[in-house]
Design a protein around this ligand. Structure first.
Ligand SMILES: [Zn+2]
Length: 70
């Protein structure tokens, strides 16, 4: 485990994106270390938390969303 590569996590008030997997309202956005970004609903953000942490340079959480990968 290293903390040096941990993505920066921000909380924002309201998210307008839709989940890239299922189209539900997104609760988490990921800025990828490779460029680009992804959005996930609560269900998919939690299911893919390990992958998200690995590829993220930055993570945005909707205010009040209790992400399991945090
Ligand atoms: Zn989803």
């Amino acid at each position: 485990m290293t903390t040096l590569l941990s993505p920066e996590i921000d909380t924002i008030g309201e998210m307008t994106e839709r989940c890239d997997r299922c189209g539900a309202a997104a609760k988490l956005e990921v800025v990828l270390t490779s460029g680009g970004d992804l959005a996930f609903c609560g269900h998919h953000a939690n299911r893919h938390r390990a992958d998200i942490t690995r590829v993220a340079s930055r993570i945005r959480l909707e205010d009040g969303f209790d992400w399991a990968g945090r």
